[in-house]
Design a protein around this ligand. Structure first.
Ligand SMILES: [Zn+2]
Length: 531
């Protein structure tokens, strides 16, 4: 390029950058100031490149002592974007410029989430891909595609080793955390093998499953026999661990028909072990003297973070608190650890059509990742944050900068100034920025997310003129009426830092995640050496 052209193109670029800047420094350029020094977009963009250029990644196989895999269940790209904006707005800013903790990790790729027999996947098939390196069918937990869903007889020879099992065999410590039931698909795929994700307790088993010797998921967790056993399990799902004749501290009955109390079996099985059922007992857990901790904080799923209470029998720790305590327990092992942490309820709030709770749970995940980033070093810990699949959740219209992300769309006027009135549709009605392609649709509840299931499906447009769409009880409109909002089939992000993070690049199959982890920590090699 000749010199004159280069200067011209630079001027054009910098001129454009000025237009992108929120209207401040409007007279710069004509007063002889150096744009590259005064335009914040330019300065920030340049700084990020300099930071990226400074990052050196350890390419050595096996360089990662520790592995932490965060999974935001249902946390598609639109959910990450909207949660970033809400988080920024809750801090009093316009929001769009904010970053969630994991968005600052240096490496990013996209995962293709489809299952072997599903264009749009479920959590069982997707988590199996992430923890075993093999894609499988919808509904199947850590068994290969040769199985028939729900058929025990078909599972012969189909079990796949998981990263948690390999780590246990290798003498590393292991942990599985979820805000959903710990027997729910995503956490279960880490330690259980089943042709049916719904076999959470023995009460869920079919006659065929019993006849052919298939075991329920909670029992598999207790009967886990690799290495020194799973060290930390925390989340919801108490009911699958206690008999149906037993009542838990929150007054809920167990589900087990075989009379086993797996919570007391846990403390009997392991030395230096503990079982906790509420946040107060959780806080009292001493990580220096506890080697095996089981925390079951709810009969079913833990509460949405928005509804979480902290005291008494119903008190629950946050995902960040569970992450911190788990790392403190696991890091005592010189051989390192593998820890899998699921924000399980982003998915559930989306299914109910309640964006507020989905976004608050995504922010809670961001806080948990921040804690993990602070408590570990990028020198020896591979940290990955991803989702199992997306949801049909959209950010739409032309809202002005800083418009409340849960609010009605207010655009700009022809001069680019924020309009005073709401944007309206073809029928003159206002509409929200975020919404769903399908699901139960509109409801303006006083509060509550899953309470939406108790009301009729109401798809299509409603008059939102006098509705507080930013209230947590608001359920967004949906186009196609369905029993429950669905997963979406587009790719999800994989954010990564630490040894092996550079292997997260491009658009990859979801099972790539296992292979990155295996390369970074030499899991198979270490497990084979230990056998
Ligand atoms: Zn789901």
């Amino acid at each position: 390029m000749n010199k004159k052209l280069l200067v011209l193109s630079m001027a054009a670029t910098l001129g454009l950058a000025a237009c992108g800047n929120d209207g401040d420094n409007g007279s710069n350029g004509s007063d002889g100031k150096d744009w590259t020094a005064v335009n914040q977009w330019y300065v920030d963009g340049q700084k990020r490149v300099t930071q990226a250029a400074d990052i050196s990644i350890n390419n050595q196989a096996g360089a990662a002592k520790n592995i932490i895999l965060f999974v935001g269940d249902g946390m598609g790209v639109s959910t990450v974007t909207a949660a970033r904006i809400l988080d920024g707005q809750l801090k009093g800013n316009t929001g769009e410029e904010n970053s969630l903790s994991f968005e600052t990790l240096p490496h990013l790729g996209l995962a293709k989430t489809y299952n072997v027999n599903g264009q749009t996947p479920d959590s069982a098939g997707t988590m199996t891909a992430m923890v075993t390196g093999v894609k499988t069918d919808v509904g199947v937990l850590s068994q290969a595609e040769g199985v028939t869903r729900g058929n025990c007889a078909s599972t012969q020879g189909q079990d796949l080793m998981t990263s948690i099992e390999l780590a246990s065999i290798a003498g590393m410590s292991t942990g599985v955390i979820s805000t959903a039931r710990v027997t729910h698909a995503t956490p279960a795929a880490a330690y259980a093998h089943s042709p049916e994700r719904d076999w959470e307790s023995d009460a869920d088993l079919t006659a065929e499953a019993v006849t052919n010797g298939c075991k329920d998921i909670a029992a598999q967790l207790l009967d886990y026999s690799y290495g020194s056993g799973i060290n930390v399990v925390m989340g919801g799902g108490r009911r699958a661990f206690i008999p149906n004749t037993m009542t838990d501290p929150e007054g809920k009955n167990g589900k087990r028909l075989d009379g086993r109390d797996l919570t007391s079996e846990w403390t009997a099985k392991y030395t230096n072990s503990a079982y906790v059922a509420d946040r107060d007992s959780f806080l009292a857990l001493d990580p220096t003297t506890t080697d095996h901790a089981l925390g079951l904080f709810n009969s079913s799923h833990m509460e949405y973070d928005y509804d979480r209470i902290t005291d008494g029998a119903a008190g629950e720790p946050s995902l960040a608190e569970m992450t911190a305590k788990s790392i403190d327990i696991l890091k005592k092992n010189d051989k390192g650890f593998v820890l899998i942490i699921e924000a399980g309820r982003i998915d559930h709030a989306h299914h109910a059509g309640n964006a507020a709770r989905a976004l608050h749970d995504t922010i809670a995940l961001s806080e948990a990742v921040r804690v993990a980033m602070e408590k570990t070093s990028t020198k020896d810990t591979l940290l990955m944050v991803t989702a199992d699949h997306s949801h049909v959740f959209t950010i739409a219209g032309y809202p002005t900068r800083g418009n409340p992300i849960l609010g009605l769309v207010k655009g700009n006027d022809s001069s680019g100034i924020s309009a005073v009135t709401n944007s309206t549709d073809a029928n003159g009605m206002p509409y929200t920025t975020v919404g769903y392609t399908n699901g139960r649709g509109y409801a303006a509840l006083d509060n509550g997310g899953d309470e939406r299931y108790g009301l009729p499906i109401a798809a299509g447009r409603f008059d939102l003129n006098y509705v507080d769409t930013q209230s947590a009880g608001f359920h967004q409109e949906a186009l196609v009426p369905l029993e429950s909002e669905t997963h979406a089939g587009e790719d999800v992000g994989i954010f990564a830092s630490g040894p092996g993070a550079h292997l997260v690049q491009g658009t990859v199959e979801q099972n790539h995640i296992f292979h990155v982890i295996n390369h970074a920590a030499n899991l198979v090699i270490k497990a084979e050496a230990a056998l």
